[in-house]
Design a protein around this ligand. Structure first.
Ligand SMILES: [Zn+2]
Length: 172
């Protein structure tokens, strides 16, 4: 089943993830990144975006549409956020080249019913894999886990409702 990506023409009110934004601003400050209004605009755009998005959507809306920043600024900001653990690249069907907000050390729970993505924190896989990785001579440098299932709302909703909504609103 395809997962919905953000439609930039969708004017519905989007929840602003203030906690994610303040964590990123603090991390940028700690990393000694100079303040840049274009970078702040990219961070604000992502904070206000509830679902998965593609970098090119930000370029089209901020750079092409509103004349804010540049394509390299958008991609550099995304690269930094990803490296610092504040963005995760998704790999599921229909999510190619899509990103979602996360937190350092977080793993993604993707709902196949409505496309909602939750962040699972506090799960360190390294201790569970020590023996297997050691046998392979593999040193773990990072971890990223994408789990698929059905969220609480989809599990309690009428069986047909989530599927029909997703079909109508999804991008090809
Ligand atoms: Zn769901």
């Amino acid at each position: 089943m395809p997962i919905c990506l953000v439609d930039p023409t969708d004017d519905r009110v989007r929840p602003h993830d203030a906690r994610w934004r303040s964590g990123v601003v603090e991390a940028l400050h700690r990393a000694g990144m100079r303040s840049s209004s274009a970078r702040a605009e990219v961070v604000d755009w992502i904070a206000a975006t509830p679902g998965p998005f593609r970098a090119e959507t930000i370029v089209q809306q901020l750079v092409v549409g509103w004349g804010i920043g540049s394509r390299p600024t958008v991609y550099r900001t995304i690269d930094w956020l990803r490296a610092a653990g504040w963005l995760a690249r998704l790999h599921g069907e229909g999510l190619d080249r899509a990103y979602t907000r996360t937190a350092p050390g977080g793993h993604q729970l993707v709902c196949v019913g409505c496309g909602d993505i939750q962040t699972l924190l506090g799960l360190d896989l390294a201790p569970l894999l020590t023996r297997q990785l050691s046998a392979l001579g593999f040193e773990l440098c990072g971890q990223s886990l994408e789990l698929y299932g059905r969220c609480r709302d989809c599990r309690t909703a009428a069986p047909v409702a989530p599927a029909s909504l997703v079909q109508e609103e999804c991008l090809p």
